[in-house]
Design a protein around this ligand. Structure first.
Ligand code: TXA
Ligand code: MG
Length: 330
C-alpha cells in the first residue's frame, strides 16, 4: 500500500522543489529524482547527482493535459487521444517542444518527453510546484529504484526521499515518440504496442533493443539518446540460463542467483534454496521484482544472475525482456 505522509510534509517537499532543490519521490513505475522543470540550475543538479551524460534528456512530469500544453508546442489529436486514454499512467510522450522549455531538460533536442504519473505523491507535488523534470532516482548505470531504500543505497542521505513503499509496476514507463512517423516506441513499458495501435488505429513501430544498440554504436544520433547507454545493470553478471542447466540445489554456494518463471510439471520439483526465485508465469510480479533482485544480488554478493529464457515473444513480457537484455548487454 502507498503510505502518504500528512499533507503538510508533502507541501514542504513541494516548497523544496520550488526553492530549486532536488527531491526523490515514488511513482507507479520507479522512483524519480525531481526538480523544477523551469529551473536550469536545479535540473543541472540532477545530472550532477546521477552522473548522467548531458546528452540524455529528462522526462517532464505534469498533472494535466493543460500543463502538457505549457511544454509541447502542439498537442495533436493523436497525442490528445493517448493522454485521455492512458494518463495518468506509465506512458511518456515525445512531442515538439515549446521554445521556452530548457535545453538542459531536452539535451538540446527539439522535442520534450512528457508524462502524467499515476501516483498521488508526484501529482500533489506538481500541483504545488509545477512541472517536474525527473529521471529515475538511481546513479547512472544502476538499476532503477523501486523502493525508497534503493534511492538511499545510491545517494545516502544527500537528497530527501519521500517514502511510498514498493512501486506498482517496477519497470519504467513506455516512451512513445510522436514526433516521427510511424510513431515509434523507444522504450517498451507496461502500456504495450498493441494497446497504442488500438487507440491510434494505425501501426506503431517498436524499436528493438538490438537496433537501438546498433544505432548507438554506428555513430548516428539515436532517437532516444539514453538508449545507447548500458543500463539497469547490477554488478553481478546477468546471463541467460543454458538449456540443460539445472539450478544448483546447494544453499551454501551463493555464486548464482536463478530467476525462473516457467511452471514445471509436478514430478519435477525445483530445489528449495535461497538462490532460486520462481515466478510461476506471474510476469507482473517478475517485472515488479526485477530491479530489487538485481540490487539484492549485489548486496548478497552473488557473482551472477541466471535468468530462464522466454520461449515466445509474448507482448506481456516485452518490457521485462528489454530490461533483461540491457542488463545482459545482449
Ligand atoms: O517511468 C519513468 O518514465 C520514470 C519515472 C520517474 O517517471 N522515469 C524515467 O526517466 O525512467 P529516465 O530519465 O530514467 O528515462 C527517460 C528516457 C531516457 O531513455 C531518455 O533518453 C528518453 O526517456 N527521453 C527523454 N526525453 C526524450 C526526447 N526528447 N527524445 C527522445 N528520448 C527522450
Ligand atoms: Mg533511468
Amino acid at each position: 500500500m502507498i503510505e502518504t505522509k500528512p499533507d503538510i510534509s508533502l507541501s514542504q517537499y513541494a516548497e523544496e522543489i520550488r526553492l530549486g532543490k532536488v527531491v526523490a519521490f515514488p511513482t507507479e513505475t520507479v522512483y524519480g529524482l525531481g526538480a523544477d522543470a523551469w529551473n536550469a540550475d536545479a535540473v543541472a543538479r540532477i545530472f550532477e547527482l546521477k552522473g548522467r551524460p548531458p546528452d540524455n534528456p529528462l522526462i517532464v512530469h505534469v498533472n494535466s493535459i493543460d500543463m502538457a500544453g505549457t511544454l509541447a508546442a502542439d498537442i495533436s489529436e493523436d497525442a490528445h487521444r493517448l493522454m485521455e486514454r492512458f494518463w495518468p499512467g506509465p506512458l511518456a510522450l515525445i512531442l515538439p517542444k515549446r521554445p521556452e522549455v530548457l535545453d538542459i531538460v531536452t539535451a538540446g533536442l527539439p522535442t520534450v518527453a512528457i508524462r502524467m504519473p499515476d501516483h498521488p505523491i508526484p501529482l500533489r507535488l506538481i500541483e504545488e510546484a509545477g512541472p517536474i523534470a525527473a529521471p529515475s532516482a538511481n546513479t547512472s548505470g544502476r538499476p532503477s529504484p523501486t523502493r525508497a531504500e534503493h534511492v538511499r543505497q545510491d545517494f545516502g542521505s544527500e537528497i530527501p526521499v519521500i517514502e511510498g513503499g514498493s512501486c506498482q509496476y517496477g519497470l519504467e514507463s513506455t516512451v512513445l515518440d510522436l514526433s516521427i512517423r510511424p510513431y515509434t516506441i523507444l522504450r517498451p513499458g507496461h502500456i504495450t504496442q498493441s494497446e497504442l495501435e488500438q487507440e491510434l488505429r494505425q501501426p506503431v513501430r517498436l524499436i528493438s533493443t538490438h537496433s537501438i544498440k546498433l544505432t548507438g554504436m554506428s555513430g548516428d544520433t539515436p532517437r532516444s539518446p539514453g538508449m545507447k547507454y548500458t543500463h539497469y545493470a547490477p554488478d553481478a553478471r546477468v546471463r541467460w540460463m543454458r538449456p540443460d542447466e539445472l539450478p544448483s540445489p546447494d544453499p551454501t554456494t551463493h555464486g548464482t542467483l536463478y530467476l525462473l518463471h516457467r511452471i514445471r510439471p509436478e514430478d519435477a520439483p525445483l530445489p528449495k534454496t535461497d538462490n532460486l526465485i520462481h515466478y510461476r508465469e506471474n510476469y507482473t510480479e517478475m517485472g515488479r521484482d526485477l530491479y530489487d533482485r538485481f540490487r539484492m544480488a549485489d548486496l548478497n554478493r552473488y557473482s551472477e544472475i541466471a535468468i530462464e529464457p522466454f520461449s515466445d515473444s509474448d507482448e506481456a513480457v516485452e518490457a521485462l525482456l528489454n530490461r533483461i537484455r540491457k542488463a545482459i548487454g545482449d
